[in-house]
Design a binder for this molecule. Sequence first.
Ligand code: UDP
Length: 327
Amino acid sequence: MRILVTGGAGYIGSNLVDRLMADGHQVYVIDNLSVGKIANIRHHLGSERFHFVNDSILNTTTMERLIRQVDMIYHLAAVVGVKYVVEDPLRGITVNVRGTETVLELAFKYWRKVLIASSSEIYGKSTSVPLSEDDDRVLGSTSVGRWSYSDSKAIDEYFAFAYGSKGLPVVVVRYFNSYGPRLDPKGYGSVIARFIGQALRGEPLTVFDDGLQTRCFTYIDDTLRGTIMAATVPEAEGQVFNIGSNRETSILELARLVLKITGAQTEIQHIPYAQVYGVEFEETRRRVPDVRRAREVLGFEAQTPLEEGLQRTLDWFRGQQGEQEEH
Ligand code: UDP
């Protein structure tokens, strides 16, 4: 197939590209390299099955040219990560809403199947455990910048369902804290990247607040398997799926695990939220997916134990560090 991956030079996108290339597809990537990196896709640049466009998904001319050429689209390009969105809400809202609107409008025009990448941030600060796809969303005031990310993704989902109700084959996946190779070591999108980076530099691990807030960390291989299943199982069309592990881990537990596997001689430092995000920050204390729908409709279940995924991620980070030292 000819497949377009928006955000294909990013963390999940480039890992997806590797998989699609290995499966023999023609792969088209659009990425403006705002957080994506050429290094993530460089190994495909010589291939005649690989086509890279360095542009924004807001450029409708480029998008139309690409979407006309392909059979289906994985739409992963977005401003991702609470910290980036809090720092520049306008950019986050514009890219996430207008970008997805553009993708869906053109997919509708040329009748192409689309997978939309959404987020577990959708559920906001809901205290419901586990979170099932049809659960209520619980958000704070619009004066709290954090929730604009959740709402931007919710609008994306509404767009997807609206086009779906017109018959367009669409599917939505909500990622739960994905991690693995190619996470940005300096980035704010992932606490795992932050902790491994800090440990390797011998810096204290910055646990926000008491560290008793929990997440379900999902290794990239599982994230990808769930994504591809959602895009290919016919019964998935028109539906939304939680894609994640249901092993709940506190941030403090994670910090201890990172210290253990890295062997780093450093400490854990608790930092109040106010110091990191400003006083009006609100936190999601627990986030656990209900994985039944993915299991029943897709036959998907996350399989990689956290310890194993962390070890593989650490090996990759160490490799990167080695490369930097050589140059
Ligand atoms: N976190 C932390 N220290 C850091 C970065 C994040 O304690 O240096 C916490 C953060 O407060 C949240 C969790 O780790 O409770 C996961 O944060 P991340 O940014 O990875 O993803 P989120 O689930 O918030 O989108």
